[in-house]
Design a protein around this ligand. Sequence first.
Ligand code: HEM
Length: 488
Amino acid sequence: RKQTRAPSLPSPPGDPILGHLRYMPDVNDRDTVFYDWGCKYGDVFQLNVLGKPIVVINSEKAAMELMEKRSAIYSDRPPMPLFERDGWKDGVVAAKYGPLLTRQRKMFHSPLAKGTMPEYEAVQEQEVNFLLQGLLDEPHECRRLFRLYTSSILTTLIYGHRIRSFDDAYYKIAEDFDLMHEAAHPSLLDISPYFEYLPSWFPGAWFIRHIKEMRPKLLYMMRMPLESVWLELSGKVVEPSYASRNLEALAKNGKISDRDWWIIEMTSNQLLTGGTDTSFQTLQWFIVCMLTNPDAQVKAQREIDDVVGRDRLPNFADQDSLPYVQCIMHEVMRWQPVVPVGIAHQSTAEDIYEGMRIPKGSVMIANPRGVTWDENLYHNPRQFKPERFLPKPDGAGENFPVHSIFGWGRRICPGRHLAEANIWLAIARILSVFTVTKAKDENGKPIEPVIKWGTGLVRHPEPFVFDMLPRDGNAPLLIRSANSQKGS
Ligand code: HEM
């Protein structure tokens, strides 16, 4: 009673019945528009779309209080009808908060725990050496090579399959996931499931075509790799992997039920799809940052030269001695969060925040921009300044906004340790042997890069021009020798 009498959160003006439907920003600008509205209406404000409350949080203090400390009531997901129709119903990303989510997340605990990471170093080193070789031979293929790098680490760990070419069926799977980016857009299905029966030519019914194309692809993506692992298990040589271990454990107890099979299929797929685009697009943003901040690149290369030298490549044992390289990775993530508005949570009980009411069933959006652009937390927040994370007096002693990048409470990204390890190794080794620089036109004049971002679930730069040159005559030899070592 007391709670329902509490005042509502501040809200921008909207329409009767429709609420803020007509004012909802485009997916591409949602983070920046929500940031601007936060400056105007307060760090926690409410929108309503056809009666559904949407709470936007624009400060670390409020997000910590609600999404972390009170995560027991903020860990559900709102309905994601397009994801579900595409074939991801009940998969961990879209799962409602409950036993099925708990079971799936439990399966990730041990394989993705921080302490398990050293077990993957050999795979990561082989993959990064293959990446360097690719960048040396075909630097213009950088985008596809980054995707191959992140997806191959994942397919090796999940299915025991290394990707060695762009024609590999597993690479195609990772590429086909591009179509899923459309599912980030609001659709009529958010209003009612019956709109699925509209003809595809009906204005606004683009999602009918999307489901028709995406659903079979997603089903194939989930089924094909697991069936291959199952077939391999009946043979003699099996590369141990997340899927093989889970299948073997279940098979020991007799027949694997359809439900158990589905859970392994789904969790494997969500690790691959959740981990590939986020990580490889972070690497693309790293290239953008090096291209546009040459001083930072030089500083990181000097650090690597001092600690590692030029006769070998950096490895995980060097990580603590390369603080500036670590700062570069974190600053790339802070400067351009690749999941621009995170993944929405939903509240399961009514709540009060600073005397104001948050209705039960509110969609909760913790906007990363509210934190990463907060001038109380970051000096010149819109500038790329890796040293901000160095301890004082060398740097500003600012904190990496881990939750704004990897999520909140009981839904925090389970793959964060693996993501950071994969990205760090790629960044450290690229900086040790290559320099990212402006491309030159036919007259030898540097071409100014134009950086724009494309639409999708994961923020990515549109193709841009740059060069990636070996740092010295020894770099190609070092790369070739590393990539030809046993196991590579
Ligand atoms: C730079 C890389 C990555 C970033 C920025 C990132 C970011 C995120 C974010 C923001 C969420 C939503 C968290 C929330 O709801 O509060 C998430 C969820 C998730 N991520 Fe990541 N992620 C990355 C890499 C990975 C990797 C490598 C994997 C797998 C190995 C992975 C698997 C997942 C899964 C399965 C979920 C769903 C968790 C749930 O709904 O409970 N991610 N990630």
